[in-house]
Write a protein that binds this ligand. Structure first.
Ligand SMILES: [Cu+2]
Length: 427
C-alpha cells in the first residue's frame, strides 16, 4: 500500500481514542533569518524558515498537523480560510486549546474548501512587536481540488511580510517597518522567479502583513484574477494592480509574454526600496530588473462579481465600527472585546452582516470558519473584506458550520485592542 492510499484510508476512518497519523509537522522556534542585502532578523518561525513550508492538502481529506512548540510561550496556529470545527481552527476564543510552551498538539481536520489558504499564529501581541503576526509565523496552504484541471504551466506562491516593526509615533499606536520581504527575502536578494516566454503562470499571492495593505504590480504584465481569498470569482478579470489588505489572497493568471527581467512589487517606492518586491526573470534574459508604474487603477471587488443581485437575506445584523472608550482603540456596536456582544446567526439561514465603518480608517475584517458573499459583488466569496473608512459594506453568511467563530479586524493592532467578537448560532 502506498502512503497516498494509506492516507486515503486514514481519511475515511473515524479516529477514535488515539491520535491520527501525522501528515505534517510544524516546529515553532526562534530563528535568525537571513532576508538578504546584509539584513538578518531574529524572529519566531515554522520549521526554521520564513515563510513556513508550503503545505499541500487534498480537498475533503482528513489531515493531521502536529505543532511542536519549542518556545516558552503558548502558541496557536490558525487555519485561515478553512471551514474547520472550532476545536482545531486555531483561535483560543473559540475553544481551540493553546499549544503550551515546550509542548506539542495535533490538529486533525478535513481540508476544505479547495483553494489558496494560509496558516499563521493567532497569538495576541498587544505592544509586543516581536510576537503574533509581526513574527515570521506564516505560510501558504494549497488545498488541491479532487480533480485539478490545471490550466497553468507554473505556480508562483508569493507571501508578503514586513520585519523590524517599530512604533512610528509617540502614542505607541502607529506601527511602521524597516524591512519588507516577499517570500522571506528583500527585493533583489534570493533567487528570482524563473519563467519562460509563453508560459501561463498562476500567481498565488498572500498578504501576510500584520498591519499593512499592499498594492502590487508586475511591470509589463497584467493579472487575470481568477480567485479571491482562494475562492473562484464569478467574473475573472484582467487588472494592472492587485490590492490586498492584511489576510487577503488573490490568485491570478499571468501570461508570460513580455521577455525581460522585471520587478513584481509594491507600488509605493519607499516600501519597494526597503525590499517589497521580487524579481521575475525570463529564461535567457539578463540585466537589471525593470520597474514601470502601472496605469492609474482603482481596485473594486464589484469588478469580479456578477450582474445579478445577491439573494435576499433572511436576517440582518447591524455592526457599527467606531473608536472605543476606556483605553480600547476600537468598538463593535459600542463595546470592545472581551465585552463585545456575541453576533447571533440564524442557523441554516442567509445572515446579512451590515458593517457601518464610522472610523477614519479602513479595516480588513476576517470571519473564521466561514466564507461570506459580498452583497456589492455577488458571486465573490471571501473571508476577509476591507471596510473603507466612512463606508457601509454588506456581506452574507450562510450559517452552515455551527460552533463559535471569531470575527475580528485582521490588522493585528486593531484586533489586540478591542476589535473582536464571537459569532454564534442561535438555538
Ligand atoms: Cu482594523
Amino acid at each position: 500500500m502506498t502512503r497516498r492510499q494509506l492516507l486515503a484510508l486514514a481519511g475515511s476512518l473515524p479516529v477514535i481514542g488515539r491520535a491520527a497519523p501525522v501528515d505534517i509537522t510544524l516546529n515553532i522556534s526562534e530563528i535568525i533569518a537571513d532576508i538578504g542585502r546584509g539584513h538578518t532578523v531574529k524572529t519566531l518561525a515554522y520549521n526554521g524558515q520564513v515563510p513556513g513550508p508550503l503545505l499541500r492538502m487534498t480537498e475533503g481529506k482528513m489531515t493531521s498537523v502536529e505543532v511542536v512548540n519549542d518556545t516558552r510561550d503558548p502558541e496557536m496556529v490558525h487555519w485561515h480560510g478553512f471551514h474547520t470545527p472550532p476545536e482545531v481552527d486555531g483561535a483560543h476564543e473559540e475553544g481551540t486549546p493553546m499549544v503550551q510552551g515546550r509542548a506539542r498538539r495535533t490538529y486533525t481536520f478535513t481540508a476544505t474548501p479547495a483553494g489558496t489558504r494560509w496558516y499563521h499564529t493567532h497569538a495576541m501581541a498587544g505592544h509586543n512587536l516581536k510576537i503574533g503576526s509581526y513574527s515570521g509565523q506564516f505560510g501558504m496552504v494549497i488545498v488541491e481540488p479532487g480533480s485539478d484541471p490545471a490550466r497553468y504551466d507554473i505556480e508562483v506562491p508569493l507571501l508578503l511580510h514586513e520585519f523590524d516593526p517599530y512604533f512610528a509615533a509617540a502614542d505607541d499606536m502607529d506601527v511602521s517597518y524597516k524591512l519588507y520581504t516577499v517570500n522571506g527575502k528583500m527585493l533583489g536578494a534570493g533567487e528570482p522567479i524563473r519563467v519562460k516566454s509563453g508560459q501561463r503562470a498562476l500567481f498565488r499571492v498572500v498578504n501576510a502583513s500584520a498591519t499593512l495593505e499592499h498594492k502590487l504590480a508586475l511591470a509589463g504584465h497584467s493579472f487575470q484574477v481568477i480567485a479571491l481569498d482562494g475562492n473562484p470569482v464569478a467574473t475573472p478579470r484582467s487588472v494592472p494592480v492587485l490590492r490586498l489588505a492584511p489576510g487577503e489572497r488573490a490568485d491570478a493568471i499571468v501570461e508570460m509574454t513580455h521577455p525581460g527581467v522585471w520587478t513584481f512589487g509594491e507600488l509605493d517606492l519607499k516600501q519597494r526600496s526597503l525590499g517589497a518586491g521580487i524579481v521575475i526573470e525570463y529564461a535567457g534574459a539578463t540585466g537589471k530588473p525593470q520597474w514601470t508604474a502601472p496605469p492609474a487603477f482603482t481596485w473594486d471587488y464589484a469588478a469580479f462579481g456578477k450582474k445579478e443581485p445577491a439573494a435576499q437575506p433572511d436576517h440582518r445584523i447591524p455592526l457599527i465600527i467606531e473608536p472605543g472608550k476606556d483605553g480600547n482603540l476600537w468598538a463593535i456596536n459600542g463595546k470592545s472585546y472581551p465585552n463585545t456582544d456575541d453576533i447571533m446567526l440564524r442557523p441554516g439561514k442567509r445572515n446579512r452582516l451590515v458593517f457601518e465603518n464610522k472610523a477614519h480608517m479602513d479595516h480588513p475584517v476576517h470571519l473564521h470558519r466561514h466564507s461570506f458573499e459580498l452583497v456589492g459583488a455577488p458571486g465573490v466569496f471571501k473571508d476577509v473584506v476591507l471596510l473603507p473608512a466612512h463606508k457601509t459594506v454588506e456581506v452574507d453568511v450562510v450559517a452552515n458550520n455551527p460552533g463559535p467563530s471569531l470575527f475580528h479586524c485582521h490588522q493585528q493592532f486593531h484586533m489586540d485592542f478591542g476589535f473582536m467578537a464571537l459569532m454564534r448560532y442561535a438555538t
